[in-house]
Design a protein around this ligand. Structure first.
Ligand SMILES: *[C@@H]1O[C@H](CO)[C@@H](O)[C@H](O)[C@H]1NC(C)=O
Length: 321
């Protein structure tokens, strides 16, 4: 998370600076396999109802990435074919269950109100702010110019592969934060050139750390499929902790949020460097964990399940560990 125009800003920016030395940055080195952080509720709001996104493509996005990301967003709230399971909306249901968790433990079998994510506005802008962006200066400027501070839109900035996003690649592959008036935003980077070995995993070998199986991307594009994972994680974190007063573990200045707490886990049996058990397409050999609409498939990250206080994956009920 990055905070601006507030007291918290100072300590957080300091923390961001320290993050370039990974060993002293808690968030960047957070390990769900050894760290027993529990996510708890801090009495503030979460996002509910309709979440209107303002999709801002920065630079030249590849067509495949645009299609895959749009299909992901458009599939979240649809039921899909009952016979083609598990569907992406099952995964989204766990995010929706946080609404019940605000009032106590979610009860299994009780349906939560829907949280609808809508792409309300879409813009593509060129490299007007250069090819190296910072969350401190460029992102606020860009959002101000493109979004005009519309309070009803949540800006989602997706950068092209030739753009460096300051703060991404080093331990995180997407970010979200707030500006003045508690307005939120999300930024996603393209790992293809910048950091395939950090943000392309599990579709690309990692630069450092334990090596495990590498997945075949379900949409045939390492960057697009990795960006879905990053976007899925950022959405979970933004919905459940939009103002850093919602659901998180650890300390306020460096919160461990609901997707971050389960980082590196995609299926049952996950261990450091091994994403766990997921499905394999019999024809193509592609690995995936959920179906989308139009025959699309996605790999989805684990989410902290407030009902069980453990990391939940959409494939866990299909495999024994
Ligand atoms: C991923 O797909 C490959 C085939 O391309 C398969 O051998 C492997 O077992 C799959 N991995 C998982 C975790 O299902």
């Amino acid at each position: 998370m990055a905070f601006f125009f507030s007291i918290r800003l100072i300590s957080l920016n300091l923390l961001l600076l320290l993050c370039f030395i990974p060993s002293i940055c808690y968030g960047a080195t957070f390990d769900p396999f050894t760290d027993k952080t529990k996510i708890t509720y801090h009495d503030g709001p979460i996002l509910t109802g309709i979440v209107n996104l303002h999709l801002i493509w920065y630079g030249k996005p590849e067509e495949i990435q645009r299609e895959v990301i749009m299909d992901f967003l458009e599939t979240l709230n649809t039921e899909g074919d009952k016979k083609v399971q598990p569907h992406l909306s099952r995964w989204w249901n766990v995010v929706e269950s946080y609404q019940l968790a605000m009032k106590g433990k979610p009860t299994i079998g009780v349906e939560s109100p829907k949280i609808k994510v809508k792409v309300e506005k879409e813009d593509t802008i060129d490299y007007a702010y250069g090819k190296v962006l910072t969350t401190q200066y460029d992102i606020p400027r860009l959002i101000k110019d493109v979004n005009h501070g519309d309070p009803n839109l949540l800006p989602l900035i997706i950068t092209a592969k030739d753009v460096s996003m300051h703060g991404l690649c080093a331990g995180k592959c997407a970010d979200h934060g707030i500006f003045e008036n508690n307005k939120g935003f999300i930024v996603i980077g393209d790992p293809e050139i910048e950091c395939p070995g950090a943000c392309g995993w599990p579709f690309h070998e990692v630069d450092a750390g334990p090596k495990g199986p590498i997945f075949k991307p379900p949409n045939k594009n390492m960057a697009a499929d990795a960006m879905v994972v990053a976007l899925a994680s950022a959405l979970v974190n933004t919905i459940t902790n939009p103002q850093n007063t919602g659901f998180y573990g650890g300390i306020e200045f460096d919160p461990i949020e609901s997707a971050t707490a389960c980082k590196g886990i995609f299926g049952p049996g996950a261990t450091p460097g091994n994403p766990g058990k997921v499905f394999t397409d019999r024809k193509t050999g592609e690995n995936f964990s959920a179906h989308g609409n139009n025959g699309r498939k996605f790999l989805l990250p684990a989410i902290w399940n407030p009902a069980t206080s453990t990391c939940w994956t959409i494939t866990s009920r299909y495999f024994s560990t």
